[in-house]
Design a protein around this ligand. Structure first.
Ligand code: SAM
Length: 193
């Protein structure tokens, strides 16, 4: 039983692209009420349900409260873009590193399509800074955005640090919504000099 229908979108994308592997460390941004984390816990085996495969890690973050879930660490009432949240992530992740960053984050909709689009793109751009702190070399990022004039800016920024960037529209996402996902993989970690 999933906490939210959004689980089916992640299941569909993960079935196709296999981004969540047993043993992986995953950060779930905008995790409340926790459906994506449920999928991630299952796929990376962070509750240790399958003794035959490695045990992974799932850390979920949200501004809202996230009800507890076996196999996940939750940072409720935390802002993903806040440096103190990022410091806590470094402590919770094995070696301070994640294989995958997921983001289903969304701002509270204002009802003005352009404004909501811009705010979500700004949030997604901040994930590139988060990646620089915690994402492993060759790691991946899956983030939701609402399509619009600034989508190409996000795509360019992702392409500058990831080997490949694809746009996804899962079948379980309503056809008439502007909702899309960027799936970026093969992270190129830049060494700070
Ligand atoms: N993936 C979730 C699930 O499957 O249960 C649903 C996520 S919901 C569509 C979007 C969430 O993003 C909201 O709960 C919202 O509070 C959160 N959010 C928005 N801005 C955020 C931020 N700056 N930091 C953390 N969470 C944020």
């Amino acid at each position: 039983n999933f906490r939210c229908r959004s689980a089916f979108k992640l299941l569909e994308m993960d079935d196709k692209f296999r981004l969540l592997q047993p043993g992986h460390s995953v950060v779930d941004c905008g995790a409340a009420p926790g459906a994506w984390s449920q999928v991630a816990v299952h796929r990376v085996n962070s509750a240790g349900t399958d003794p035959e495969v490695p045990c992974g890690t799932v850390v979920g973050i949200d501004l809202l409260h996230i009800p507890p879930l076996d196999g996940a660490h939750f940072l409720s009432c935390h802002d993903v873009t806040d440096p103190t949240t990022q410091a806590k992530l470094l402590e919770l992740l094995p070696d301070g590193q994640a294989h995958v960053i997921l983001s289903d984050m969304a701002p509270n909709a204002s009802g003005f399509r352009e404004m909501d689009h811009e705010r979500l793109i700004t949030m997604c751009l901040s994930l590139v800074d988060l990646a620089a702190k915690i994402l492993r070399p060759r790691g991946s990022l899956l983030c939701k955005y609402w399509d619009g004039i600034l989508a190409h800016k996000l795509q360019e920024k992702l392409s500058s640090v990831f080997g490949s960037v694809q746009t996804l529209k899962p079948n379980s996402s309503r056809k008439d919504s502007a909702e899309r996902y960027f799936f970026a993989k093969m992270y190129r970690k830049t060494v700070k000099r």
